[in-house]
Design a protein around this ligand. Structure first.
Ligand code: UD1
Length: 428
């Protein structure tokens, strides 16, 4: 059996890593019976790892491979940045050639980025032979809906789900959404969350990160006493086009964070899109910057939000360490809402909608919207609340990737046996 897994952008890496680990783990358990020296058992899964190159630099991609112990991709499409159309089209063109050469049995796509949709679309239309055979398309993190079609990710989610053969769902809302859209229940599998598999696998390792020392967030490092205590700080990420591509929207969010910045330092690992906008819109002073350039690892000391610690985008383990010890996380990311839920860390989501309602129902997340007063209120409320992580969402237990692999293998076995019975019938 050949499984091909696609990754492209930052949030894909932690969702795909546990699936690759589960494949390796399973291969290691297979006895070499029947196979000769150096030969593979017929049960061994051959895995092909494809990186589209949607994200390509060390901060957005490279460091994640090291942190998540991911193998080097077998195939790198090197598509890079571009408009949605150009980026998607480049992936489509290059991925078709990969499929025709490798002819996998299953293509696994994860999440909701342009690479997810592009590769699912190619797989849905490929024909390996005159019988029209093609790989099974497995979508990991299916069924999430923000019901906001102005988000590129929402379009990617809907289209990917509707061309997929196996839909792996992370939370109950996904089951309901897919059912409402008329997707056949036998395609849908509620397996849990592979992003949480990664979080649980790497949570302890993240403690060895030196990021708190580097950012001077240890009390002793700040000269406030000898112990190893950690400063009270908040963590901020912002990169949604709707939040940062418009000057007044971006400014409004920064204004909403003024009280928080007065209360404690805010660590802000800045996404390349956001960084560009800060310079383009001349928002340096609102971030407390004196510099025209947004320099890496620069502690702030200028006007405006004085207490912001700006950094480059961080690697997986550094970011996980910062999330674990934060008093509050403010974000417009999807995955961070889930990670903070699992860690029991209060989160304020600066968006009008979330495709992950479980993080609000049973988690620590609050949807604040994007108006400054609402953000201020949500921050105040969350900073005053004490949480404990007593109710992890159903199946967020570190086993999602193993469940997915079981379904993939069962599906392949069923496909092979139905092909064999067709051959037998033809021979009779
Ligand atoms: C993409 C995903 C989004 C995800 C986000 C995580 C889509 C539609 N969006 O958005 O869902 O939350 O990734 O980051 O797929 N750039 C670099 N280095 C890189 C990659 C990008 O500097 O390695 C710059 C490029 O100039 C690019 C910009 O960042 O124009 C944005 O990257 P892009 O891949 O277009 O979208 P994201 O906003 O990152």
């Amino acid at each position: 059996m050949i499984i091909l897994t696609v990754v492209g952008a930052r949030p894909n890496f932690m969702k795909a890593a546990p699936i690759i680990a589960a494949i390796n783990e399973r291969n290691e358990r297979i006895p070499a019976n029947g196979a000769g020296r150096g030969e593979r058992s017929p049960e061994t899964i051959r895995h092909i790892f494809v990186h589209t190159g949607q994200h390509y630099d060390e901060f957005m991609s490279g460091s994640f491979f090291t942190d998540l112990e991911l193998p080097k991709p077998d195939i790198h499409l090197g598509v890079g940045s571009g408009s949605h159309a150009v980026q998607t089209a480049e992936i489509v063109k290059k991925f078709e050639a990969v499929l025709l050469t490798e002819k996998p049995d299953v293509v696994v796509v994860v999440g909701d980025v342009n690479s997810t949709l592009a590769c699912a679309l190619v797989t849905a239309k490929i024909c390996f032979d005159s019988a029209g055979s093609r790989p099974v398309i497995a979508h990991v993190e299916a069924g999430l809906r923000s019901f906001d079609r102005s988000m590129p990710e929402e379009i990617n989610r809907i289209l990917t789900d509707h061309v997929s053969d196996l839909l792996f769902v992370t939370e109950e809302s996904g089951l309901q959404n897919l059912q409402n859209e008329g997707i056949s229940p036998d395609k849908i599998h509620f397996v849990g969350n592979t992003m949480i598999d990664s979080l649980l696998a790497f949570k302890e390792k993240a403690e060895a990160s030196t990021v708190l020392d580097k950012l001077k967030l240890r009390l002793n490092a700040r000269g406030n006493g000898g112990g190893k205590s950690i400063c009270r700080y908040a963590l901020l990420t912002l990169h949604r086009p709707s939040n940062v591509d418009n000057r007044s929207a971006f400014l409004n969010i920064l204004d909403g964070l003024e009280d928080l910045a007065a209360d404690c330092p805010i660590v802000f690992p800045i996404h390349p899109r956001t960084r560009r906008r800060v310079q383009e819109f001349g928002l340096q002073s609102q971030l407390g910057l004196n510099e025209v350039e947004v320099k890496p690892n620069l502690a702030m000391s200028g006007e405006g939000l004085r207490n912001i610690i700006l950094t480059e985008p961080l690697g997986y383990l550094d970011f996980l360490c910062l999330m674990k010890h934060a008093a509050l996380v403010v974000t417009d990311s999807g995955g961070i809402q889930e990670e903070t839920t699992c860690l029991g860390i209060p989160c304020v989501t600066v968006r009008e909608s979330t495709e992950r309602p479980i993080t609000i129902e049973s988690g620590t997340n609050v949807l604040a919207g994007t108006q400054k007063e609402k953000i201020r209120q949500a921050v105040r409320r969350q900073m005053a609340t004490k949480y404990c992580n007593e109710r992890a969402p159903e199946k967020w237990d570190g086993q999602a990737a193993r469940r997915i692999l079981d379904v993939l293998i069962r599906t392949q076995l069923a496909k092979t046996s139905s092909q064999q019975s067709l051959i037998l019938q033809a021979c009779v």
